[in-house]
Write a protein that binds this ligand. Structure first.
Ligand code: SDX
Length: 432
């Protein structure tokens, strides 16, 4: 029988701390009264050993490479579902019935356009503005354009949640395509009454007079890619969404904060960093051998991008699925990609190298995702904003958990102060 409490001894005093057990048997020591009871806080830089919330959305077992959304294994969702259905599941907790699925799809189509006035924001950016910089700014402006959906009052914002949620997903998809068109000097394309992934590809690659019509394999590959990014427990960007939401901030503003967090190279920026890494290996005529040797130096600038994970100490199940899908797509399109061959060399070398094995470094979702996007014709500068489309349902579901938590509190971590002790002001003429 598992103990219900943990015993803590500080000096000559003993404290009994409750143990919380999750649905999958995960156990946590409840520290919510630690400071009040003991005068101490706990210190956990990067929060790697700290649970910030209780959640019902995603279960992740990093040691065994398990990922489930609302109880459904990612492998089954990848096999039988699609991005929009999985988005509904992540947000609402259940797979939609046909009526719910139809209504959700209708809202996605109905709100896929960006109003003309809002389109003027794009003109404020230089043509070579980084895509993520544009996305964070434009998405946060949704709160300004739709203030009735973004009142920063949870009760009111939850009343409009069933409109704001699909609106956020649909408009972010369209904004990403518009960012691509703007950066590449192409005219914006108006959305059509198409399924989500088909509409994205239309918005990206149609021209004003000839519609781009993808083969089903391309649409399926994009659907799979977005589905595999839908949510991932309390990753950096999702925790950021919860942090911002905990102040009472509306959905659009909280999502734009998540996009800011995603832009870092250690998080969402890794997919494009992988492609730059593979391209430079290729350009140097290396088959990956020299690069692997450098990656073992441990310096952050030589890292094998797309490898390692803050939680997975096993193969990221998403990486395995994307790797297989990438192979199938290239075969179906009759394409080959030398960078895929290099990626496979790197994977094989790393999975047989003590340095990576001893540190439990395996491919993560970003290792192959860039290659499949490249096969879809999506340029590297748009890779990270693609991740944002995929992750939107997870951010929305986590925002809703914060907004509906009646016992919720503003996120306000403590710190260990290691700065100067008290000292008196020194007038200018007395300073060194
Ligand atoms: C995502 O959290 C999520 O869920 C994120 C995500 C999601 O869906 O939201 O899954 C998406 O962000 C995936 C991760 C994408 N990032 C990368 O691929 C960048 C490359 N990977 C690393 O920078 C690193 O692995 C992290 C940031 C992902 C994880 O870092 P940790 O857990 O803090 O690991 P660490 O930095 O403490 O490293 C542990 C050891 C170190 O060596 P030692 O000091 O023990 O000798 O492993 C080494 C590191 O030097 N190491 C690597 C490495 N990653 C870690 N060495 C070479 N190449 C790497 N990629």
């Amino acid at each position: 029988m598992q103990p219900k409490t943990a015993q803590l001894k500080i000096d000559d005093k003993e404290y009994s701390l409750p143990i919380i057990t999750g649905t999958e048997g995960e156990r946590a020591i409840d520290m919510r009264n630690l400071r009040k009871d003991t005068g101490h806080i706990c210190y956990d830089q990067g929060y790697g050993n700290t649970g910030s919330c209780e959640s019902t959305i995603t279960y992740l077992d990093g040691d065994n490479g398990v990922l489930r959304h609302r109880g459904y294994p990612i492998e089954q969702l990848a096999m039988f579902s699609n991005y929009v259905e999985t988005a509904y599941l992540v947000i609402y907790g259940e797979l939609p019935n046909s009526k719910q699925r139809k209504a959700f799809g209708h809202l996605l189509r109905e709100h896929s356009a960006i109003e003309t006035q809002m389109q003027r924001i794009f003109d404020g950016f230089p043509k070579n503005a980084p895509a993520m910089g544009m996305l964070t700014s434009i998405v946060s402006s949704l709160a300004a354009y739709y203030p009735e959906l973004a009142t920063n009052n949870f009760e009111k914002d939850l009343e409009h949640f069933d409109l704001a949620a699909p609106m956020a997903i649909s408009k972010i998809r369209t904004i990403v395509a518009m960012i691509y068109r703007y950066r590449h000097g192409l005219p914006f394309i108006h959305p059509r009454d198409l399924p989500f992934a088909d509409n994205f590809l239309h918005l990206m690659f149609s021209d004003p007079y000839v519609a781009y019509v993808p083969v089903p394999e391309v649409t399926n590959a994009l659907n799979l890619l977005l589905l595999l990014h839908a949510d991932h427990e309390q990753n950096c960007s999702t925790s950021t969404v919860r942090m911002v939401a905990s102040s009472g901030a509306n959905l659009f503003t909280s999502i734009s904060a998540g996009i800011c967090a995603l832009s870092g190279p250690l998080h969402g920026g890794a997919n494009s960093a992988v492609m730059h890494m593979l391209q430079s290996i290729h350009d140097e005529g290396d088959d990956g051998t020299r690069f692997i040797a450098a990656a073992k130096s441990g310096s952050k600038s030589n890292r094998l991008m797309g490898f390692g994970h803050a939680v997975y100490r096993n193969y990221d199940p998403r990486a395995r699925i994307i790797g297989t899908a990438c192979d199938k797509l290239l075969t179906r399109l009759g394409k080959s990609d030398p960078l895929l061959d290099i990626a496979k060399n790197l994977e094989h070398a790393a999975l047989n190298d003590e340095y990576f094995l001893s540190r439990k470094l395996y491919p993560n979702v970003d290792f192959y995702s860039g290659l499949i996007m490249r096969a879809l014709g999506i340029p590297t500068d748009i890779f990270t904003v693609m991740f944002a489309i995929g992750r939107c349902p997870g951010w929305i579901a986590n925002w809703k958990e914060v907004a509906t938590n009646a016992k919720g509190r503003i996120y306000r971590p403590r710190q260990i102060y290691i700065g100067a002790v008290k000292r008196d002001y020194v007038p200018m003429d007395k300073r060194g």
